[in-house]
Structure formats: C-alpha cells, structure tokens
Ligand binder design. Sequence first.
Ligand code: ZN
Length: 393
Amino acid sequence: MRRRVLGSMLLFAFLFLLPYEKHAKVNQSIFIQTVGPSAPVYAYMADELKEVGKIYSGRVFQVIGENKTHYFIQYGFVKGMVKKQDVKLGRPSKFTKLANRLKRSVIGTKDLQVYIFQNGNQQSIGKINAGVRYPVKQETKLFYVVELGGRDGYIYKRVTKKDPGVPVLLYHHILQDKDERFFRATTTVPLSQFTSEMNYLKKQNYTTITPRQLLAYVKKEQLLPPKSVLITFDDGLKSNYVYAYPLLKRLNFKATIFMITGRMRPAPQPFDPRGLQFLSKQEVAAMRDVFTFESHTSHFHLSDKKRGPYLLFKPYNEIMEDLKASIAKVNATAIAYPFGAYNERVIRIVKDAGFTMGFTTKKGTVYPGDPVFDSHFAPSQRKSGGFFVSIVE
Ligand SMILES: [Zn+2]
C-alpha cells in the first residue's frame, strides 16, 4: 500500500515538472502540419501498427522524434507516428499547456474530435479513434482537456467512458464439476465456470495478451486494444493441460502459466482428480502455441511456519540461485510472487536476477505508468458470475 502511494507521488511530481521541461526545449523542436486535409496517426497496439487517429490541416503539432519514414508526435500515452509524406514542416509555436490534475484516462465510445476554441469558434484539430485509452488532464462541465501532438485540446465527455484498466485474471487448478469435491480449495475453479468465463471473453471480443505486451503498455511503449485481458495460471498444474489448454486453443486465446519450475515433471503423469499433478516438460513444450511460461520460483514456493514465505527471509544468494534456475528452465522474464508475498528486498533480488516484471495478488487493474514489479492481479473467484463481469468490463 505504502509503495503504491509513493509511486503515485513520484508520478505526480514527474507530470508536474514535465510541461516546464518541454517549454525550455520548444525552440529546438520541429513542428509539422498536414499536406492534405488530414493525416492519419499510427501507433503500435499489441505489436500491430494501427491507425489510431488523425491530425487536421492548418494546425501545427510538435515533433518528439522521427525515423526514416515517420515523424513521432505525442499521442496520449504513447508516441503517434505520422508518415513523412503526409506532412510538411510548420512554423514553430509555443503552446501554453494546462497542468495534469486528473491523472486518469478515458476511452472514446465514438471517435473523439479534439477541439480548440479560437475567437469564439470551436474548431477540430484532430481525432482520437474510438476505443483508444487516452489520458485526460483536466475537466470542465462538458469537456476533458487532452494533449495531442504537444498542444491542449478538448474532447466531449459524453462520448467517453472511464478506462477500467487492463485486468489480469488469475487461475490455478481446474476440475470437472463432479470432481470438485476432491479438491475443494478456494483456488479451484470448476470447469463449467472456467468455460463460461472464457466463452464470455470470446463473445465480448476480448484480445488475450502476453506479459510482454502488458509490459510494453505499462511502459507506455505500446497501446492495447480496447478490450484486452491477460489470462494467467499459477503453479503449473496438470489440469491446465487437461482442461484449459484444449478450450483456450479452440477459442484462439493466449494465456500464461507461472510455473513452480522445480516441480515440473521429467515425464507426463497420469491425471488423477483426487490429487495434484504438475505439468511435465513434454506438456510444456506441446502447449507453447497457447501458453507463455513464466516463473513462480523453482523450489521457493514454500512458507516457513514462523518466518513466512521463503522469498521474504531466505539469504540473497539462495533466492538468486533459485530464481536463476527457474528462469533457465522456461526462459522466464516475469515472476508471480508465491503467496503474493514480496517487499522492497524481494523486488531488488528479482530485478538483479533479470526479471522485467513482477505480479502480485493485489486486486485491481493495470494502467500505463504502474510500477512494473508491483502490478495488480484481478483474481478470479469461485462465485464469480457478476464479479467476473464487473472486473473485466
Ligand atoms: Zn502459487
């Protein structure tokens, strides 16, 4: 909790300082304007380059970078790319920009026109496509203030909805409804429930993402489709192979398993709902078309009666050795902390081991700028129904 608050404070300070930074640099910046009536703006959305908006003629926008074919302008959380052939250089301008007071984001329910007000006229300078998650800085009764290409503009509130964040679903064990009595843990989900939750996501047109795509989103390198979800499983149980894999494959979904790699079997075990079996090397290899495999430690998914979870008290070197072994086994880049237990020291060791992301069991959803070793899980719960819908919508 403390860390979350601290994180927000730092972000606040950063955003507060940012306009002054830019101000000082304005003179060296280049500005562009469209050649024709408008120019499309592109951005990466879960690894695909997509058109996400437009800029209109007669206005200049500040360039923040370029490559051979494109100029980059700030487009919400990420850099938007404009084809060089669509624009020409414009006169340098100094924009006065409002401070970021809201520090949250919205999603357009329709394409959003970005307006400025000049001599009593309301004029559109560009467009943000429907479904894009876009940060808002301030609000009036009718409008939100946004930034597009380094300048302030106004979008109508009534064509936006709150950005619910990206949910990360957490599953463990799955059993057929009739077998559920054998393993009545709070983390066991009956197959009927799992099936209906996955079918719901399919029907609602969700994009199932990978941890790497989520990381790119959190680091503001890429956008995600309007409805995105990261489906995860902890521990690496055989039931994931028996029940989750065929269904996810049929739905053309991607998911992630955080493996306790030390429990991975050298050969497949017979499935027996009366006990717990772990995935084998062969099953892991066979499921790579659906699953990304990440780490849930190698042997340190254990807890000492007095001192608690291993990661919290074992010596640095022992933890490092365990994590390195786990990384080597499945090529992991992300870790899910066993029992959701972590602190500053754990985060430091996890970083030192080479992980780029850490998952907790805190409830909530993920937003750009969130701390990457301290992100939220929205755990799926047994009596989900409405609960499930409320976390993914
Ligand atoms: Zn676990």
